[in-house]
Design a binder for this molecule. Structure first.
Ligand SMILES: *Cc1c(COP(=O)(O)O)cnc(C)c1O
Length: 388
């Protein structure tokens, strides 16, 4: 793949050159003063980005699924009741993980492309004695975003722990961890945080810590036991040496840089840019008469777009887009897997990357004999980007 091609999938994403340079620096010892300081600052920057200044950030080598696994392993015991708000494939995943640790799952299933209605949540929480609720901030299979502030506040009102899968959202969609009363927010390095894959990231609040301490049985997974990691994270933040399992030193250096870039841009600007690019991209697709998977723009995520193929076009379109120097990806939702494709527009991308992507999609559609006004998608996106 030529080095100037664009990777526009919902993770992993293209990284800022400064982030890649951090990866290639000489490997540091994980308990050297230099690295202790970098890791400590990284945890503090995560507190700033996720607005969890009163809470504990945890960074562990692994993918986002490990962060989900650590949460379930550490907070659940056999027989605990969990309600899963399911807006796509990653709701299925959280249900499967919780079930593995012996929890009883109630799933509130959203209609395809829509969110879970708040009346349904309210009703379920009133009826059941749930210990924990999971919600996917942005479901990467449908491109749907949930209002996690409302969900977290509702869960807190009913004394239920709220666990948010923010893997495809953190740094692309706003989160105010402490203020909204979220109990655990999980994410990963390779999506809007703009770092190569390999880091599982959690923000853990005080109620979740209390629930962990109140366990009656030991955690049945050694590596995923939060109790093994919390003292290590606290030590790094206190600029002290500590060891449980070797951290992914260079990836943490890369995250350290990426978080610095995000904070230098300013969180509000960063969210606004994601929202603007998302609106411009969606306007471009709509101008080509393509239909989006989310049922309306209010529930559509700012970090990616899921688009149905038009009649007569199939996954062969992806190859044609790729021949034009842009990688996008196919569907993963079992109900519509072969009928749609997904484009990620998060992290350190520019308006030029976005326009080049729309141009490649138009070229590929044209080569697929789909009829439309060539340039209509680009024009609609340009207008949106120009604030028209
Ligand atoms: C990507 C993603 C995951 C899985 O993360 P991995 O890093 O692939 O393990 C889970 N949930 C959501 C919402 C995601 O976007």
């Amino acid at each position: 793949m030529p080095e100037r091609d664009l990777l526009m999938i919902p993770g992993p994403v293209m990284c800022h050159p400064a982030v890649l340079r951090a990866l290639s620096r000489p490997v540091m010892g994980h308990v050297t003063p230099e690295f202790i300081n970098i890791f400590g600052e990284t945890l503090e920057r995560l507190q700033e980005v996720l607005k969890g200044e009163k809470s504990q950030a945890v960074v562990v080598a692994g993918s986002g699924t490990l962060a989900m696994d650590m949460t379930a392993a550490s907070l659940l015991e056999p027989g605990d009741k969990v309600v899963v708000l399911n807006t796509g494939v990653f709701g299925d995943r959280f249900a499967a993980i919780c079930e593995r640790y012996g929890a009883e799952i109630t799933t509130l299933q959203a209609e395809l492309g829509d969110v879970v209605p708040s009346e349904e949540m309210e009703k379920a929480l009133q009826q059941g004695k749930y210990k924990l609720l999971t919600v996917t901030h942005v479901d990467t299979s449908t491109g749907v975003i949930m209002d996690i502030e409302a969900v977290a506040r509702l869960a807190a009102k009913h004394g239920v722990l709220s666990v948010v899968d923010g893997i495809c959202a953190a740094a692309g969609a706003e989160v105010r961890f402490d203020e909204w009363g979220i109990d655990v927010y999980v994410t990963a390095s390779q999506k809007a945080l703009g770092v190569p894959p390999g880091l599982a990231i959690l923000m853990v609040g005080s109620r979740a810590l209390t629930a962990y301490e109140a366990r009656r049985t030991p955690v049945t997974n050694y590596f995923a036991d939060l109790g093994n990691w919390l003292p290590i994270m606290r030590a790094y933040q206190g600029r002290e040496r500590a060891y449980f399992a070797t951290p992914a030193v260079n990836l943490i250096c890369a995250l350290h840089v990426s978080l610095e870039l995000i904070l230098a841009e300013g969180l509000e600007n960063c969210y606004r840019r994601h929202e603007l690019f998302s609106q411009a991209f969606k306007a471009g697709m709509t101008a080509l008469d393509l239909q989006l998977v989310p049922v309306n723009l209010q529930v559509a995520a700012p970090t990616l777009t899921a688009i149905y193929y038009p009649d007569g076009v199939d996954a062969d379109l992806l190859t044609k887009i790729r021949e034009r120097g842009v990688t996008v990806t196919g569907g993963i939702h079992p109900q519509i897997r072969d009928r749609y494709f997904r484009v990620g527009h998060m992290g350190a991308i520019t308006a030029n990357d976005l326009l080049a992507t729309i141009g490649a999609i138009e070229g590929a559609l044209h080569a697929s004999y789909y009829e439309f006004d060539l340039g209509a998608g680009l024009a609609a996106a340009q207008e949106r980007l120009a604030g028209a």
